[in-house]
Design a protein around this ligand. Structure first.
Ligand SMILES: Nc1ncnc2c1ncn2[C@@H]1O[C@H](COP(=O)(O)OP(=O)(O)O)[C@@H](O)[C@H]1O
Ligand SMILES: [Mg+2]
Length: 444
């Protein structure tokens, strides 16, 4: 068999990716950062270093798999490593194996059920759903003593898996059973890939010419812009401001999306003399009794004149609360000194009004800004994605409690006055010449 000669030198970022031994390592975040090369090479190096290693390399679709991995691996390993076409596996002389696969359909991951891989590589991880990833982690097992199981991911912003990749590797928010120290992210952009920059300088120009939101995602690796995002116009740079003191005479009000098992979100909003809405405080709590939420709302509002509080219509539905049988949430709030008004819950109309509020107004300022400590609203607003079935609406799978409260807030305001499109009859003017008179003049 031919001796294997691997060419190419990893750049700084690729080197960091190679050196990571975390159980979950993600690489990339932008276009052209040398992701596919790094993934292929890492898996080959591991196969050579650990005899008998079992590795699985996945892409979402078969054509992508062929183009990005099967063909280049055949070239890179030609003659030195055996390729089994039916099994789509590369078999190394030391017993290591790299199996290549794809998961086009959601259920395609189940073909790996019961299989065990020391290493799993998910190429373009944001093309996979969270449940596919969760299932694959159950196949990432090892009985070896010299190697602990690892998953490697490469990724760009955007795609159906945007949210879970962003949560684990960018925002680093973890749930039960997830340990922050298990997750490493190595950001890499096109400018880190000197090989491609030298070989195809036009590619950078191509990315620079993209529409702004795509340029920010693919060139700058900005995870707050993505194609499925419902509010791409939301930008922390424009809409998030450091808190400043609000004059007492500015109108203030509150909006609430009620929830007990799901989070309950209350937003405090002030209106400046030009009508700009300023979200200056948020309360975001889970599994908190309505009486306690109402008390907390009062405490936080101490010394402030609040004109009104709008709340999601379900606050009038829920009954049979312990200790207050027969009371609905709105009754409990009322008894605790926070009277509620039912919010206008027209969803599509409301999201549209929110979109208008985020836009720059005629004075060049956005119609809505958010104080930086309102972290839950700032975190969840850019995560809203389109509903797959109703492209006007937000998907109900999103964490939408703070945005819903914001929608109620915006809907509680009068829409900005605009000039009427058609003129009604002119108002009666006793000094205007009457139609009959003027005609009479002309007829003279
Ligand atoms: N360290 C390297 N040495 C040699 N060629 C590289 C290296 N890194 C990337 N490349 C080449 O640069 C090009 C783009 O890299 P690729 O891994 O396909 O980027 P991405 O998957 O991020 O779009 C490919 O032709 C690839 O072979
Ligand atoms: Mg690639």
């Amino acid at each position: 068999m031919k001796q294997l000669r691997l060419t190419g030198t990893p750049n700084e970022k690729q080197r960091a990716f190679f050196l990571s031994t975390a159980p979950h390592t993600a690489y990339g975040g932008a276009r052209g950062g040398g992701k596919s090369w790094a993934m292929r090479r890492k898996l080959v190096l591991l196969a050579l270093r650990y005899p008998g290693l079992q590795e699985l390399l996945l892409r979402r679709t078969l054509p992508e798999l062929q183009e990005n991995h099967v063909r280049p691996l055949l070239q890179e390993l030609s003659g030195a490593v055996k390729y089994n076409q039916t099994q789509r596996s590369f078999l190394f002389p030391n017993g290591s194996r790299i199996k290549l696969g794809y998961c086009d359909q959601e259920k395609d991951v189940y073909q790996y059920q019961g299989q065990e891989y020391d290493v799993i590589g998910m190429e373009e991880a944001t093309h996979f759903t969270e449940s596919q990833m969760t299932f694959l982690t159950t196949c990432n097992r090892s009985v070896r003593t010299d190697f602990s199981p690892r998953m490697y991911y490469t990724c760009n912003p955007g795609g159906p898996g945007h949210e879970w990749v962003k949560r684990l590797f960018i925002d680093r928010r973890y749930g039960p059973g997830e340990r922050p120290e298990d997750y490493a992210f190595i950001p890499a952009r096109l400018t880190d890939n000197h090989v491609l920059m030298a070989r195809d300088p036009g590619y950078l120009k191509k990315l620079q010419r993209l529409p702004e939101h795509l340029r920010r995602a693919y060139l700058d690796g900005d995870w707050n812009v993505l194609s499925g995002q419902y509010f791409p116009e939301f930008s922390p740079r424009i809409h998030v401001v450091e808190p400043f003191s609000l004059p007492n005479w500015w109108r203030r009000f509150r909006a609430m999306d009620w929830g007990y098992k799901d989070p309950c979100c209350v937003l405090w909003v002030a209106v400046d003399p030009e009508g700009q809405l300023i979200v200056y405080r948020e309360l975001y709590v889970t599994e908190t009794l309505s009486s306690r939420v109402a008390q907390k709302v009062r405490e936080l509002s101490l010394g402030e004149r609040i004109a009104y509080t709008v709340a999601s219509p379900d606050a009038w539905q829920q009954r049979g609360l312990p200790g207050a049988e027969g009371d609905c949430i709105a009754d409990v709030f009322q008894k605790n000194g926070v009277p509620l008004l039912p919010a206008d819950n027209r969803r599509i109309h409301g999201w549209q009004r929110l979109r208008e509020a985020l836009a720059l107004q005629h004075d060049g300022r956005p119609g809505l800004v958010i104080f930086s400590p309102c972290t839950e609203l700032i975190r969840t607003l850019p995560l809203l994605t389109y509903d797959e079935h109703d492209h006007e609406d937000v998907s109900d799978r999103c964490e939408d409690h703070a945005p819903e409260a914001l929608r109620y807030a915006v809907m509680s305001r009068h829409p900005k006055a605009t000039a009427p499109e058609t003129r009604g009859p002119a108002a009666y003017d006793p000094f205007a010449p009457s139609r009959a008179q003027s005609e009479g003049f002309r007829s003279l």
